[in-house]
Design a protein around this ligand. Sequence first.
Ligand code: BES
Ligand code: MN
Ligand code: ZN
Length: 512
Amino acid sequence: MKIKIANSDPTQFETEALVVLAIDGGDKDNNKPEFQAKADAFSKAAADLVASKEITGRLLETTTLHKPEGVKAKRLLVVGGGKAKNFTSYELRKVAGSAVRALKKSVKSVAIIAPENWGDHADSSSQSTLAFERGGLAEAVKAIAEGAVVANTDYNYYHSDRKQQEIDEFTIVVPANADVKALEHAANAGQIIGESQNFARDLVNEPGNKMTPTILGQRARKMAAEVGLQCEVYSEDKLHELKMGAFWSVSQGSPEPPALIVLRYEPAGAPQQPVLGLVGKGITFDTGGISIKPADGMEKMKYDMAGGAAMLGAMRAIALLKPNVRVISVVCAAENMPSGTAQKPGDVQIAMSGKSIEIINTDAEGRLVLADGLHYAKQLGATHLIDAATLTGACVVALGGINAGVFANDEDYFNRFAGALKKSGEKMWRLPVDEEYKELIKSPIADIKNTGGRYGGAITAAMFLKEFVGETPWIHLDIAGVAWQEESVPFIAKGPSGIAVRTLVELVKSFG
Ligand code: BES
Ligand code: MN
Ligand code: ZN
C-alpha cells in the first residue's frame, strides 16, 4: 500500500472513496454526530442519514454514500468514532482499519480526512490507568497509517482461489496549512511500524510444517539483510558450547534442530549504554512433549512462536526507523515434541546460568528456552531486558483475549513501558512479581522446578523467568491470550495479531 499526504480541500479531492470520521455528539445535549472535517459539505451530504439515525457516530459504524452531493469523491464512507471523550489514537487506528477493511473488496484507492481537532476533546479524567494518547496531527497521521496497513492484510495464503483484494493507494488528506513534510515523516513511520507488525503476523500465520526453527532462522536472516541488521543464527552445537541446557532440553525430542537467532542493531553514534535486550519465545510447534497436550485445539500451538516473531518484527522497524540506541535480540526457536529422545518429567536440566531445574511438566517449555535466552542477552551486554512469550494458559484465564499480561521488576522501567503503551495503542495489564510466590517453584531436588501448581500460573511462570534476569531491569509480556484472534473484527483480520511489535518499537524509541 502506498501512503500519501495531500493538503487539499477534501470536498474537491477526486478518489474512488473518501472516508470521513463522525464522532458521537461533542457536547452532552447534542446527540448529533460531529463530522471531523472543516467543510460542512459532509454533514450536509449525510443529513438525511443523520436524521434517520442511520449515522450516529457509534464506534466503527460504517455507512456508504454514493455520489455524495457537493463532494468530488465517488463514494463517501462515514465511520463512527464513538464518544468524543473516549476518542484516542487507539480508536483512530481502529477507524482507519475499519475503513480499509470495509472498502478493500470494492476499491483500490482510498482517501481519509485526518481529524483536525481531535485533541480538543481530551478528557483528563479517564478511568483507565493505561489511557491512550491523543496527540497532535502527526500522531493522528501515524496512527491512521498503522491502522490502515495492518487492516489491509488477510490470512488466506493457503486458499488456492485466493483473490488479491488489497488497497494500493491510501491518501491522508490534511489541512491546507499543515506541515506536509512533517506529516509525510509521520505517515512513513506509521507505515514502517504497521508493515513490521504484518511481518510478525506473516511468520505467526505459518503452520508448523512451514515454520520450523530452521525456517524461522532463514526468515530472520533474510529480513536482517534487507534492513541492515547484523544477524547470526546458531543451532545445536552452539547451544552445547554455551551450555544452554534448558533451551536444548526442549529441542531434544524433535528431529528439527533448534535455532538461536541473534540480531544486533548498533548505530554508530549511539552511546555504549543502555543496551536493550529483546528476547522471544520461538516454539514453532508445542505438542507439550511427553506431557502431551489434548488433541482438541492442539493445532493452535503453531502460534507458540509469536513472542519471537514480535521481536523480529520490532527489530525490522527499529532498523528502518533508526533510533539512537543499541538493541540486541535473542530468539530461542525449537519444536517441542514427544519422542524416545524427548526430555521426561523428573529430569533435571542445568541452565546456562548454572541454575538446576527440575522438569515437572515438559509442556512448561517456554520458560526453559527463555531462561537461557534472557541469560545470554545479558551476557551479550543487555542492560534492560524485555521478553515476549505465549507463555501460559493461566494468563488467558486471567485476562482473556483483550489484554496481554505485563510483569516488571523495576518501577522506572515499567513507567517507561507504560508510556510506550499509551503511544502504541496496545492493551496490556500489569500482574505482580512478588517474592512470596517463589515458594511455589521450589524443588526438593534442584534449585527450582518448572511449574508452580494450579493457581497463579502466569505469575509462577514469571517468577521462574525472574530467576534468570538477576538485578537487570526486566519486563515480561505473556501474550498467550492475544497473539491469535479467533474472530475477525472490523479493523483486523482473524488470525495472528502481531501484538507487542508496536509497543516494543515505542519502548526502544523512548531510549533513542
Ligand atoms: N504455549 C503454552 C501456553 C499457551 C496456552 C499459549 C494457550 C497459547 C494459548 C505453554 O507452553 C504451555 O503449555 N503452558 C502450560 C504450562 C503449565 C504446564 C504449567 C499451560 O499454560 O498449561
Ligand atoms: Mn507448552
Ligand atoms: Zn508453549
